[in-house]
Design a protein around this ligand. Structure first.
Ligand code: AHM
Ligand code: MG
Length: 368
């Protein structure tokens, strides 16, 4: 539920209202100095600028890149919200009524991110779930100091049933020399070197959640205004939850430890209640719930997916970064996901993420 002082309650507090309407007026009404946190209702843009001003060495590159990502999120969100209309409006196989090619939504999302970011001068190379090779920045554009990885539309199987999906992203600093095109080397960096990571969830409302490692902040999109507003500052994951999230249809493919853990977690005992099961089948949505409510999300290795199913660089690592920044745990079963040294752009990893006590329980069983 939205906090009571969320901005549509425009009767209170006045200062927040002013911040939404006019950032310049806000600075006269309420001093958001370097030591103050942004109040609920602050726009994403203002929040980023405030943070930038707290770091005298900041060049504005990071803020600029984030503004492009926020624009991409708005464009993708707008198209996602119309996805159900594509049939009504005349999709006929792969062409629409105008005879134009209908792009798959995940390809569309990929193109939107690439085209909003590539000319901005903040990034030197990108990696995407939808593109086999590193995406280099054309030479006519400046080669920036950051490296962007993303899954443009995760859980896209949910589009046709009107369930939540999301975009996941992470930002690293480049390793190759400044000014040159970035390479695979820039992309193959561990999660521990992430500068910022986040996701956008396209759900009952759209939200952008991000972290630079110190805290996790969530911004809810107001389609009427066309802006993200701070709604969930400093998200903290409970130490223990009451929900487990796993594709239990894979039960017969799991190793015995995982089967025993699932048998245990859903059984009531003297010491604990049976956990509830929730599984949306889109990592962003399942982990969004886990961040807010606690509990555990698991996609283990199984007989079919020997390395697990989820991709390390643009799914597991960014989410692990957020989970840890919110006080949770993120493991591949043996080690912190953030410490894995990637070897391939599209490599996979098992995932155990969530409330620290819940992950510890699962790992105890998985290791048995
Ligand atoms: P995708 O990148 O092809 O959309 O697949 C990733 C998704 C995750 O969002 C989700 O957690 C998982 O696949 C669900 O897989 P399954 O259908 O095997 O349970
Ligand atoms: Mg994906």
């Amino acid at each position: 539920m939205m906090p009571a002082h969320w901005y549509p309650n425009l009767g209170t507090p006045g200062a927040v209202r002013i911040a939404l309407v006019c950032p310049a007026a806000m600075s006269r009404a309420v001093s958001i100095g370097p030591t103050q946190e942004s109040p609920i209702g602050t726009t994403l843009e203002r929040h980023l600028l405030d943070r930038q001003r707290r770091m005298p060495e900041a060049t504005g590159d990071f803020t600029g890149l984030f503004q492009q990502l926020s624009l991409a999120a708005k464009i993708i969100g707008s198209r996602v919200s119309k996805a159900g209309l594509s049939g009504i409006l005349g999709r006929t196989g792969t062409t629409n009524v105008q005879g134009e090619q209908v792009q798959k939504l995940d390809d569309f999302a990929n193109s939107v991110i690439v085209s909003t970011v590539e000319a901005g001068g903040h990034v030197c190379v990108m990696g995407s779930e939808e593109v086999e090779e590193p995406i280099q920045i054309p030479l006519q554009y400046p080669q920036g100091k950051y490296v962007l990885q993303f899954d443009p539309l995760d859980g896209s199987g949910n589009i046709d049933i009107n369930a939540s999906i999301g975009t996941i992203f992470s930002i690293h600093r480049r390793l190759t020399p400044d000014g040159e095109q970035g390479t695979l080397k820039d992309l193959l960096q561990p999660g521990s070197d992430i500068v910022a990571a986040g996701y956008v969830i396209y759900g009952s409302s759209n939200m952008l959640v991000y972290s630079t490692g110190d805290q996790v902040d969530g911004f809810t999109y107001d389609p009427g205004v066309g802006e993200f507003f701070l709604s969930h500052p400093k998200i903290r994951m409970p130490q223990r939850g009451g929900i487990y999230s796993i594709n239990e249809g894979n039960y017969h493919k799991w190793e015995e430890g995982i089967r025993k853990w699932v048998d245990w977690i859903k059984a009531p005992s003297e010491n604990k209640k049976a956990y509830s099961l929730r599984y949306i089948g889109a990592m962003v949505a399942d982990l969004h719930r886990t961040l807010l409510r606690g509990g555990i999300f698991v996609y283990p290795a199984d007989a079919k997916n020997k390395q697990g199913k989820l991709r390390l660089l643009y799914e597991a690592s960014p989410m692990a970064f957020l989970v840890e920044a919110a006080g949770g745990t993120a493991s591949d079963g043996q080690r912190r996901i953030l410490t894995i040294e990637p070897e391939e752009l599209h490599q996979r990893t098992p995932v155990f993420m969530g409330s620290p006590d819940d992950v510890a329980d699962a790992l105890r069983f998985a290791g048995s």
